[in-house]
Design a protein around this ligand. Structure first.
Ligand code: HEC
Length: 143
């Protein structure tokens, strides 16, 4: 295990602008996702999870459908090929209704989340240099 990685993540979390987002809440919310998704870098597993869905390490800022060896639905791969990169806004749109988002039959079912922006902020802590502006995401997804 390389101790430097958590150090970067910790400092990144603290460097976030003061915002309504609560990363701890987001971490709890991720329990809904763990059945199918792990969060693991090459040398460290941050959240153990199932393998039904792709690894979500670095998902914010990552091209859609780009985990090598994972069998995505073709529509998602196409969106990635067309330049779709996950951010804290489109990720929440996606999980709320994957079929509509990709315009096809997704391998992921709709996920109801209570604290979407917190979840997105939590996921962003696993992305180096993600453009983290959770405030903006919160505005756009607020009902
Ligand atoms: C029942 C299993 C399951 C659960 C629960 C689940 N997912 Fe997924 N997820 C998948 C599968 C399967 C895919 C691949 C979808 C496809 O290929 O169409 C996916 C894809 C994704 C992607 C796109 C990944 C990429 O590499 O482009 C994101 C983002 C994502 N899930 C986030 C979440 C979040 C956040 C949660 C919790 C709120 C969640 N998922 C819960 C199965 C699941």
């Amino acid at each position: 295990m390389k101790p430097i990685v958590p150090a970067i993540i910790a400092s990144f979390a603290f460097a976030l602008p003061v915002s309504a987002q609560d990363i701890e809440k987001g971490e709890k919310e991720f329990k809904r996702c763990r059945a199918c998704h792990a969060i693991a870098s090459e040398d460290e597993t941050f959240v153990k999870g199932g393998k039904t869905g792709p690894n979500l390490y670095g998902i914010i800022g990552r091209t859609a459908g780009s985990v090598e060896g994972f069998k995505y639905s073709p529509e998602l791969v196409e969106l990635g090929g067309g330049g779709l990169v996950w951010d804290e806004t489109n990720l929440l749109e996606y999980i709320a209704d994957p079929n509509t988002f990709i315009g096809g039959r997704s391998k992921m079912t709709k996920q109801k989340v209570k604290n979407g922006p917190d979840l997105a902020a939590f996921l962003a802590t696993f992305s180096e240099g993600a453009s983290s502006d959770p405030g903006e995401a919160a505005e756009e997804t607020a009902d």
